[in-house]
Design a binder for this molecule. Structure first.
Ligand SMILES: NC(=O)c1ccc[n+]([C@@H]2O[C@H](COP(=O)([O-])OP(=O)(O)OC[C@H]3O[C@@H](n4cnc5c(N)ncnc54)[C@H](O)[C@@H]3O)[C@@H](O)[C@H]2O)c1
Ligand SMILES: C[N+](C)(C)CC=O
Ligand SMILES: [K+]
Length: 487
């Protein structure tokens, strides 16, 4: 098997196997080939990982932030040196085209390690609070053992987006990747050790929805950060609440992307395509409800159809390929069931809607799909599809579109394309979402906070804001005079 790691788990600085765990296979979605066969963590493996994290954490927390950051920055450098190898692994594990992984996946992970490594020295300070003669100060202290649970769309990025802030703040982490994409996180764990991270601080264990609860319910776990769907988020939040554990929830969405008739048409279409077809539509923040103002609707659709039909679908390892397969057959079937629902509920199919002929076979390919004349009540306009399916809705005026854009339980992201900057800022101010874009879409550099509101979750990843979610404040009041008691 061409991507078989040394063993399933990485605990306390080394690869560990326990063949008693149920088998997890990583399948290369382009061909159906099994590229690695691993085992889910048994309860004994979970215990071992959490015990290792617990043992290693206090000494790590006692180091200076600068010293911790130096190790993360070294790991970032190693990731960049091995970008090709890591990108190929990410492509094998996810099916995403190498054209994307080579610029977006390990690179974004390295950005996170570099950013948190760099800001640590300045961003973990406390405050001094003068109180007349007395004073107080605050310390920003780590939480302890943190659990990270990942989705399958950005395996290496997710491992780093959770691992980097957790580690630099002085925590230890046990990370469980998605059972669909188990490989990338193991490489990150290896690289961190090579960069000088003491053993036990970043552990990776494999498993599925039955393994997750063993971590979330564990008495020694202080925090859980999940990237996943809303239903999983509810379960994990509930389990974490029983132990009063901290949580960060990066969940799903059905984000609006609003195109006003004064927008630059090519840019708006490009933004809408990136926000629906990148990573074969498997992006949480995608702008899947594209609201186009009526005057430009037909021009928008005609050009969108032309550009969509020119997308190169094929072998993900070919540099020319722009759209790879979906991560799994189950996910493709789910997406196809939505395209059928779209047709049945009366949406106009502009392009796509099925499986492309020239790359069929075992590969889980799907056509990039555009529906027009979508109405707010249709299933495809309400539920997260998580595939390359764009819904185009039309609107007359600003107040109407803002109300309709907000009429969803989700609140991850939103976008506005317009030449009128006053309107752009007014509209984003009214949109209910955690991350918003004006005249672009889906850009998530590490410098800016990312996360959702409403049912899309809470807590933020990236930027200095993420450190607040991996630390808590300790307040110290210092009395400087005699204690005056009334008795
Ligand atoms: N907001 C974000 O940053 C973001 C990023 C990527 C994906 N997503 C969302 O993730 C979803 C797709 O990913 P997915 O299908 O892997 O999601 P999922 O919810 O099925 O699984 C996510 C992870 O949770 C684990 N899990 C499942 N049930 C669990 C439980 N009861 N306790 C603990 N862990 C459990 C899974 O094994 C997996 O590792 C989409 O909804 C997408 O929008 C969100
Ligand atoms: C965070 N992001 C948008 C890169 C990937 C979410 O699925
Ligand atoms: K896979």
């Amino acid at each position: 098997m061409r991507a078989q790691p040394k063993a399933s788990h990485f605990i306390d600085g080394e690869y560990v196997e326990d063949a008693a765990g149920t088998v997890i296979e990583s399948i290369y979605p382009a061909t159906g080939e099994v590229i690695a066969r691993l085992h889910a963590a048994t309860p004994a493996i979970v215990e071992r990982a959490i015990a290792a994290a617990r043992r290693a954490q206090p000494e790590w927390a006692a180091m200076s932030p600068t010293a911790r950051g130096r190790i993360l920055k070294r790991a970032a450098d190693i990731m960049r040196e091995r970008n090709r190898e890591l990108s190929e692994l990410e492509t094998l594990d996810t099916g995403k085209p190498i054209q994307e992984t080579i610029v977006a996946d390990p690179t974004s992970g390295a950005d996170s390690l570099e950013f948190f490594g760099g800001v640590a020295a300045a961003a973990l300070n406390g405050d001094y609070i003068p109180l007349g003669g007395d004073f107080a100060y605050t310390k920003r202290v780590p939480l302890g053992v943190c659990v990270g649970i990942g989705a399958w769309n950005y395996p290496q990025q997710i491992a780093c987006w959770k691992g980097a802030p957790a580690l630099v703040a002085g925590n230890a982490m046990v990370f469980k990747p998605s059972e669909n994409t188990p490989l990338g996180a193991l490489k990150i764990a290896e690289i961190l050790i090579e960069a000088g991270l003491p053993k036990g601080l970043f552990n990776v264990i494999q498993g599925d929805r039955s393994t997750g609860p063993l971590l979330v319910n564990h008495k020694d776990v202080a925090k859980v950060s999940l990237t996943g769907s809303v239903p999983t988020g509810r379960k994990v939040y509930e389990a974490a609440a029983a132990g009063l554990r901290h949580v960060t929830m990066e969940l799903g969405g059905k984000s609006p992307l609003i195109v006003f008739d004064d927008a630059d048409l090519e840019s708006a279409i490009g933004g809408a395509m990136l926000g629906n077809f990148y990573s074969t539509g498997q992006v949480c923040s995608n702008g899947t409800r594209v609201f186009v103002q009526k005057k430009i609707k037909e021009a928008f659709l005609a050009r969108l159809k032309e550009r969509t039909e020119a997308i190169v679908i094929g072998d993900p390892m070919d540099e020319a390929t722009q759209l790879g397969p979906m991560v799994s057959k189950a996910q493709r079937d789910k997406v196809l069931s939505y395209t059928e629902k779209g047709k049945a509920e009366g949406a106009r199919l502009v392009t796509g809607g099925g499986i492309p002929n020239h790359v069929s076979g075992e590969g889980t390919y799907i056509q990039p799909t555009v529906f027009a004349d979508v109405t707010d009540e249709m299933t495809i306009a309400r539920e997260e599809i998580f595939g390359p399916v764009m819904c185009v809705l039309d609107f007359d005026d600003e107040a109407e579109v803002v109300a309709r854009a907000n009429a969803t339980e989700f609140g991850l992201s939103a976008g506005v394309f317009t030449a009128d900057l006053t309107r752009a800022h007014r509209v984003v101010d009214r949109l209910e979402a955690g991350t918003l874009w004006i005249n672009t879409y889906n850009l998530c550099p590490v410098e800016i906070p990312f996360g959702g509101s409403k049912q899309s979750g809470f807590g933020r990843e990236n930027s200095v804001a993420a450190l607040n979610h991996y630390t808590e404040l300790k307040t110290v009041y210092v009395g400087m005079g005699p204690v005056e008691a009334p008795y």
